[in-house]
Design a protein around this ligand. Structure first.
Ligand code: S3P
Length: 172
């Protein structure tokens, strides 16, 4: 069984996941980074050269691979990974899912400088696009979540980890 972090781009999945894994002394896997390593190029390049559908297929293959390789990791997903029905089935089987739920304003201020790296946001009005995608995704995030952590702009990574671990430093 693994711990899986889901949530919108900019909610802190990677930073929280890395810290959580270090605290628990278990491996950390960032699915976006793994895909980039395997493909030898950035996600923006994958979208540009092969399109979103090809990237989504890579996400599904990555999840299957994780399922086969056993558990015991902290896994941070891409923001859009839970959208596919097939992915949600695999994610449930991977372990306990934690949804980092951040409001649109917090996401927008964090994502302002990361738009170039994020093809789902590029070329759109940032706030309107976040609202649109959040509206389409929120039910899916919630349907998977075993735990929902509400993120405020000022929360530190350690504070979020404390809340995930119930302040005990371990996970029940
Ligand atoms: C995406 C989120 C990104 C990355 C890709 C698509 C999305 O991951 O997987 O750009 O559809 O929300 P992060 O949530 O880690 O930024």
């Amino acid at each position: 069984m693994s711990l899986i972090l889901e949530g919108f781009m900019g909610c802190g999945k990677s930073a929280v996941g890395r810290r959580l894994a270090a605290r628990l002394g278990i491996p950390f896997i960032d699915t976006d980074n793994e895909i980039e390593k395997r493909q030898g190029c950035s996600i923006a390049e994958i979208f540009e050269e092969s399109g979103e559908e090809a990237f989504r297929q890579m996400e599904t293959s990555m999840l299957y691979g994780l399922l086969l390789s056993g558990g015991g990791c902290v896994i941070s997903l891409g923001g859009g990974t839970p959208v596919r029905d097939a992915n949600r089935g695999i994610i449930r089987d991977l372990g306990k899912v934690i949804y980092l739920k951040a409001p649109c304003e917090v996401l927008a201020s964090r994502l302002e400088r990361g738009v170039e790296k994020r093809p789902m946001l590029k070329g759109h009005d940032l706030k309107a696009r976040i609202e649109e995608l959040l509206l389409a995704r929120e039910d899916k995030y919630l349907s998977l979540a075993d735990q929902v952590i509400e993120i405020k702009g000022e929360d530190s990574v350690d504070h979020i980890c404390d809340r995930i671990c119930g302040n005990t430093g371990s996970l029940v």
